[in-house]
Design a protein around this ligand. Structure first.
Ligand SMILES: N[C@@H](CCC(=O)N[C@@H](CS)C(=O)NCC(=O)O)C(=O)O
Length: 273
């Protein structure tokens, strides 16, 4: 049996749900509200000591790290819709994207999301609960300094110096994607792979923050790719379906309010690159 511990707004959980849906695998769902602190419950920390989602449990084997989980699913269920290319060059290209997401884009997305919106959603809990939430974050979480950074982003928003770097990483991502997509409909060329499932949730995050169309003006291939990905049946069954409407509303409202600040930093980034 497959069990997934996940959350509606988590990009990493959406990445895994996309793979499960593409492979038409049934799974039992356990909802961990990461904006309320469910991820810090001692029982969950036993499964995932970083206190992050997703976690996959397969016949009592615990697998963490979204990219690892996606590859694991491909190895264990190779007969349904192949998402790792057999050709070594395409495989290397796929790994390039999944590595880039893990090393660069993921922290940048977390940073941008906290600065734009999550800090207001979490702020609704009131100062005491926010403090408790922040204190509960394990030292080694999303990154080894995430505990400290999450506090800064909640308190300082876009005044934090990381804002520039997070926006730069998103800009470079869209630029790279736009270039790669000149060669075919998918990131590695002709086939839909784990590279595409890895990137979909991150462009969807910008979309939910109402920033994607504006950001992608110079990157039409990236925008058209996202529109194509949204047409896949796995998108509606794995991504938007799980985002609670109150959270979608927060992302949309706070994203719109944050855009002028993001746009001003983006203009600097574009001038310097
Ligand atoms: N490298 C991990 C990162 C997981 C991660 O950062 N999950 C986020 C949601 S996308 C989370 O659970 N954050 C909880 C927190 O910030 O306290 C993976 O790929 O699974």
């Amino acid at each position: 049996m497959l069990e997934l511990y996940h959350h509606g707004s988590s990009v990493c959980a959406a990445k895994v749900r996309l793979v499960l849906e593409e492979k038409e695998l049934d799974f039992e769902k356990h909802y961990i509200d990461i904006l309320r602190g469910d991820q810090f419950h001692p029982d969950y920390l036993k499964l995932n000591p970083k206190g992050v989602v997703p976690t996959l449990v397969h016949d009592s084997k615990v697998i963490t790290e979204s990219t690892v989980i996606c590859e694991y699913l491909e190895w264990v269920f190779p007969d349904t819709s192949r998402l790792i290319p057999a050709d070594p060059v395409s495989h290397a290209e796929m790994l390039y994207w999944t590595k880039f997401v893990d090393e660069e884009l993921h922290w940048a997305c977390g940073t941008l999301t906290f600065m734009s919106s999550h800090r207001f959603t979490i702020g609704k809990m009131g100062p005491e609960k926010v403090n408790e939430f922040l204190d509960s974050t394990p030292v080694l979480s999303l990154a080894s300094d995430w505990k400290v950074r999450k506090r800064r982003y909640i308190e300082d928003g876009f005044d934090d110096p990381d804002a520039h770097k997070a926006i730069l990483v998103h800009e470079l991502t869209l630029k790279k994607m736009d270039k790669a997509l000149q060669n075919g409909p998918y990131l590695t060329g002709e086939d839909f792979t784990l590279a595409d499932t890895a990137l979909i949730p991150y462009l969807n995050r910008l979309h939910k923050l109402q920033m994607l169309d504006l950001w992608c003006k110079p990157y039409p291939n990236a925008l058209q790719w996202f529109e194509r990905m949204r047409q896949r049946s796995s998108f509606s069954s794995a991504v938007d379906k799980y985002l609670p409407s109150s959270l979608a509303n927060d992302l949309e409202t706070n994203g719109r309010k944050s855009w002028p600040r993001v746009e001003a930093i983006l203009a600097q980034v574009r001038q310097q690159n």
